[in-house]
Design a protein around this ligand. Structure first.
Ligand code: SF4
Length: 395
C-alpha cells in the first residue's frame, strides 16, 4: 500500500476519518467550498503553465475566463459551505483574485521552465528493517532553472499563513524533493516554494539532506503507527465542521442529520427531545442539590445550637451521626509521604491502597507505559464498555 501526505495528515488529525476514508473507502458525497475553490485555482494555474510550455502566453482575461468557466461547470449541489458569513460568490471572487494577482505578480513568467505540472510522484521510503513504504503525491509544479537548480512549487488557497516554524516541519514538499533528486541526478540545488495565494505571499525553503532524512523517518514512523493501530478513535476538533465523513461518524452524525431539518421539525426528532428533557431534569437536579445542601447546613446549625442529634419532623425523625474521620494530607506533601512510608514499613500499605479502574485507564492511555507491558496488561484485564454523559454548547 502507498501512502500520501493527506493520508498521513488525516490519520494525525483524526484516526476515525482515516479509517472511514482510506480503509473502508467510503466515498464522500460532499466537498467543502474551500476544497472546491482550491481545485479550480489549481486547474487554472495548471492551464496557464501548460500554455506557457507550449510557448503561448494566455492573456489575464483569458485566464480569468478559464477560471470562471471551470467554476461554473464544476459547481454542484455536493458543495457545502460552513461559513455563515460568506456565500459561494465570495469564494468564487477570492479564487479569481488569487489567480489574477498571481498572474500580475509573475508576468511575463520568465523564471524557470515548467518541467512537471500536477505530476504524480512515488517516493520509496524504508523502515529500520529495510521494508519499502511508498509515499505518493501530486506535485503542483516543478521548474527547472539554469545550472542544475530546481524549484518545487505548491499553491495554497488556505486562509491561514504558516510561520517559519510550521514551514520547517513540512513533510509534503520535502518528500517531493526526494522524488526530484531521484528523477534528475543533475539536481544541485532544490528549493521549495509555497504560494499562499490568498495573501499574495511566496514562502521559500531549502532543505539539507539531514532534514530530508528526518522528514522521511518521521513519515515512516506515522505509517508504522497507522499499521499498528487496532482502534481508530474519532478525534473531535474544529476541523469536524469541514469533515466530509460527518454522516458516518458517531461524534457528528446526529448533528449533521438535524442540521438540515427545518426549524419546525426539530422538535419532532427523538434525540432532540431526549436531550431537551435531560437538560430540564438536570437543571432541576442541580437546584434540588443546592437546596439540599442549604437545608443540611441549617439542620446541622439547628442541631449544634440546641445540642440535639435527633430532630423530629411530621412523619420522620432525622438522625445526625458524628464521627472523626482522617483527612489525607495533600499528595506530594511531606506528611503524606511520611504516612505512606510508615504504612509500607509495617506491611499495611496493601490494605489502604486500592487499584482504581479510573487510574488504570489513564495509565493505559497515557503513553508512559512501555508497549510490551501495555499489551501484556491489556491481555489479562477484562474491558467493559462504560458510557458517560456530558453537555456542551450547541455551535
Ligand atoms: S467528524 Fe470529526 S471526529 Fe468525526 S470523523 Fe470527521 S474529523 Fe473525525
Amino acid at each position: 500500500m502507498a501512502y500520501s501526505h493527506s493520508q498521513l495528515e488525516t490519520f494525525e488529525s483524526c484516526p476515525l476519518k482515516y479509517r472511514l476514508q482510506y480503509l473502508e473507502r467510503i466515498k464522500a458525497g460532499r466537498r467543502s467550498i474551500e476544497a472546491f475553490m482550491g481545485t479550480v485555482v489549481h486547474a487554472t494555474l495548471e492551464k496557464l503553465y501548460r500554455d506557457i510550455r507550449m510557448t503561448r502566453l494566455p492573456s489575464p482575461e483569458e485566464i480569468g475566463r478559464y477560471y470562471l468557466d471551470r467554476w461554473e461547470t464544476s459547481f454542484g449541489d455536493d458543495i457545502f459551505i460552513v461559513s455563515r458569513e460568506y456565500g459561494a460568490e465570495d469564494y468564487r471572487e477570492t479564487g479569481l483574485r488569487c489567480v489574477q494577482e498571481y498572474y500580475d505578480r509573475y508576468y511575463p513568467f520568465s523564471g524557470g521552465v515548467p518541467i512537471w505540472l500536477e505530476k504524480m510522484v512515488r517516493i520509496p521510503l524504508y523502515d529500520a528493517e529495510g521494508r519499502q513504504i511508498d509515499f505518493v503525491g501530486v506535485l503542483d509544479r516543478l521548474d527547472g532553472l539554469e545550472g542544475g537548480r530546481y524549484e518545487i512549487h505548491d499553491y495554497k488557497t488556505s486562509q491561514s499563513l504558516p510561520d517559519r516554524g510550521r514551514l520547517e516541519k513540512d513533510r509534503q514538499l520535502s518528500l517531493y524533493q526526494l522524488a526530484v533528486e531521484e528523477a534528475f541526478p543533475d539536481a544541485r540545488e532544490v528549493e521549495l516554494v509555497w504560494h499562499y495565494l490568498v495573501f499574495g505571499r511566496e514562502l521559500r525553503l531549502r532543505r539539507e539532506r539531514r532534514d530530508l532524512e528526518e522528514v522521511a523517518a518521521a513519515a515512516v514512523e506515522v505509517v508504522q503507527r497507522i499499521e499498528g493501530s487496532r482502534d481508530f478513535p474519532p478525534r473531535e476538533s474544529e476541523l469536524c465542521e469541514w469533515c466530509e465523513m460527518q454522516e458516518h461518524c458517531p461524534k457528528r452524525k446526529h448533528l449533521f442529520m438535524t442540521a438540515s431539518l427545518p426549524v419546525r421539525e426539530l422538535g419532532m426528532d427523538r434525540g432532540i427531545q431526549l436531550v431537551d428533557e435531560y437538560v430540564e431534569w438536570r437543571a432541576k437536579k442541580l437546584e434540588a442539590e443546592e437546596q439540599m445542601e442549604k437545608l443540611r447546613r441549617e439542620l446541622l446549625e439547628f442541631a449544634d445550637f440546641h445540642g440535639v442529634d435527633n430532630i423530629r419532623g411530621s412523619f420522620k425523625v432525622l438522625s445526625i451521626g458524628r464521627e472523626m474521620k482522617p483527612k489525607l494530607p495533600p499528595a506530594g506533601s511531606g506528611e503524606r509521604e511520611a504516612v505512606e512510608e510508615m504504612l509500607k514499613r509495617e506491611g499495611k500499605w496493601e490494605e489502604v491502597s486500592a487499584l482504581s479502574a479510573h487510574k488504570l485507564a489513564s495509565l493505559l492511555s497515557s503513553g508512559s507505559l512501555g508497549e510490551e507491558l501495555r499489551s501484556r496488561l491489556q491481555e489479562i484485564i477484562p474491558f467493559e464498555e462504560s458510557a458517560s454523559i456530558r453537555l456542551r454548547k450547541l455551535e
